[in-house]
Every structure is written in C-alpha cells, then in structure tokens.
Ligand binder design. Structure first.
Ligand code: SAM
Length: 310
C-alpha cells in the first residue's frame, strides 16, 4: 500500500475532488462553483482517469466528482467506470439531484459508492428563488432513488440561509429520515468566485444557534477529525452533520483535500486561485508518470491553511 503524502503542515492528503465540468443546469445565487473561475475546456474521461491513476500512486484514497453539475456530462458513466476500476477506497459524487432518478442505478452499477445531493429547501417557491428553476420534485425523486439502489450513504447537503431556509432544518431532517438519507447542514461561505458578494451579509446564518439546539437534543455527538473536524449529532433515530467552513481554523487544520479544476489544474485550496498547478499541458505533451507525480507534490507543497490554525 502507498504511504499517504503529507503537506508542510502535517496534513495527510487523503482525498481528491475532481470538478469535471463548469456547466450546470441551475443557477444557485450563492454558488461558489467549487472555487473555480469560468473555463472553456473540459478534461476527457481518459485524462480524468490518468490523473486518478497518479493520485492513487501517491496514496490518495478517495475520489469525489463535482462541478458544475457532474451528471450533465454525457460520458459520466464512462468516467465513473474508469475511476472505480482503479480500486479507490471510496468514489463519490456531489450533484444537484435533478438527473439523479434517471442515473442512480447506472451510477451504482458503474461502481460509484455514494452521492451527496445538494438540496436546500422543501418549499417550491424558495427552491425557485434559490435555483431559478422548478426541478424540486425531480430532486426529491432522485434522493429516494439513490437510496433505493444502494448508493450508501445518501447525504443531503443543505446550505443554511438566514430568512430563507433556516427554519426548515427540522423538516428537512424528517424528509431525510423518511427517504433513507443523512442531513448535512452547511454554513454559507463567502468566496471570491461568488457572483454577488452582498448576499453573504443578507443570508449568512449563525450556525451556533442550531448547534446549541442540536447539542441539547443529541443522544451522541461525534467529531470527524479527517473531515475538517465536522460534528455529527445523533438524535431521534437519525443523524445531522454540521459543516462550518467560515473563518474556521479547524476546518483548515483538518483539511485533507486536493482539488482538480475542469481544465485540469491542481488546486490546493478551495478558497484560492493563485497557486494552481497545471496538469493538462504536461499530460497532452506526453509527460511521464514521474513528472506528473512531481506536479502533484508541487501542489501539495503549495498547500497553506487559508484561515490559519496549523
Ligand atoms: N452541482 C453539484 C451540486 O449541486 O452539488 C456540485 C457543485 S456545488 C458547487 C457543490 C456544493 O457546494 C453544493 O453542496 C453547494 O450547496 C455548495 N456550495 C456552493 N456555494 C456555496 C456557498 N457559497 N457556501 C456554502 N456551500 C456552497
């Protein structure tokens, strides 16, 4: 087994989040686009596979596909097949769920382990306001189907926003329990790639309020050390995970992730775009695996905790 690589702050690099497209079928007003600036070019499935092979050779254990919306790529099943045949501990995908009902079984059969579905509200008007679309029922059916076909666990990512959906957490928890999913509530994050920065002041919700409530109700609380120190609350026959990235030094201290942009650049931090390392040019000119490993190591060396704390 390959040893894990560690950055200059003693953080092991366990997972790789590959953004396979910048395109999306909805327009969430707060979207940080996984910290990625607009790009024309998308990697081919072969290029994604090559990158995954190198990632595996330096000890990366987990791959997550993201975007944009990964399910709008026509070759998504081929991409999953190529990656899952490489023997990672975990291959997962983050989706807005709109195409999930159609794809769930094919994704499972091609080797995907699990999905996170971004779904912020059960209210059709609020859904329309957030996404500028009417796909709410598609997403609900997608979540149900994903759980049915055994993509496990199905997690629902709910970004909590003041005055918009902060009072829906318990309803969403209920919905998740009924449909075999785990609720993950996420603090709204301000990033440079957000189209309109005013939204943050208007909608940022203080997660301490909900965490206090969760502490009171929980029968057990666990901390996921290698997952940015997230807290998991067990209550009422279900669980709620809380993700708090903003100004969170523990979030950085426990970050074990590297990212790839849709045009094939290694991205050491969600919140920065000034220290990317290009893989595409070297791959296209036929550079050796050894050279690509060196580029991975350069990106790992570039990793610095954005909010400090290491
Ligand atoms: N299209 C896919 C989806 O909807 O899950 C993948 C891309 S989306 C950028 C990945 C995740 O980032 C989603 O769960 C989304 O809710 C979250 N996200 C986007 N902008 C955010 C922000 N400003 N603060 C917190 N989470 C955000």
């Amino acid at each position: 087994m390959t040893d894990l690589k560690t950055d200059n702050f003693q953080r092991p690099i366990i997972s790789l989040r590959i953004s396979i497209t910048n395109r999306c079928n909805i327009r969430c007003f707060y979207c940080h686009h996984d910290g990625i600036l607009p790009q024309e070019y998308e990697m081919t499935s072969q290029e994604i596979e090559r990158i995954s092979v190198i990632a595996k050779s330096i000890g990366i254990k987990k791959i997550r596909l993201s975007g944009g919306e990964p399910l709008i790529r026509e070759d998504i099943i081929e991409i999953i097949k190529r990656i899952s045949s490489l023997g990672f501990q975990d291959v997962s995908l983050t989706t807005n769920g709109i195409l999930l009902e159609e794809y769930a079984l094919k994704l499972k059969d091609s080797g995907l382990n699990r999905v996170n579905v971004s779904f912020d509200t059960l209210n059709p008007q609020t859904y329309r306001f957030i996404t500028k679309s009417n796909y709410i029922d598609h997403v609900k059916r997608g979540i149900k189907k994903a759980a049915e076909v055994g993509l496990y666990p199905v997690k629902v990512n709910m970004v909590v926003m003041k005055g918009l959906n902060h009072d829906e957490i318990w309803d969403m928890f209920q919905f998740c329990k009924e449909n075999g999913a785990i609720l993950q509530i996420i603090e709204l994050l301000k990033t440079e790639s957000c189209p309109d920065s005013d939204f943050f002041e208007d909608y940022h919700y203080d997660m301490n309020i909900i965490e206090e409530e969760l502490k009171d109700k929980a029968t057990d609380i666990k901390t996921r050390a290698f997952m940015q120190d997230r807290k998991k609350y067990f209550l009422e026959g279900g669980e709620i995970e809380v993700v708090r990235p903003m100004d969170n030094t523990k979030f950085c201290k426990n970050c074990t992730r590297l990212r790839i942009t849709p045009d094939g650049k290694l991205k050491p931090c969600l919140l920065r775009n000034d220290n990317l390392v290009d893989l595409m040019e070297p791959i296209r000119r036929g550079d050796s695996d050894e050279k690509l490993v060196k580029l991975f190591l350069e990106a790992i060396t570039n990793r610095e905790p954005y909010y400090g704390g290491c």
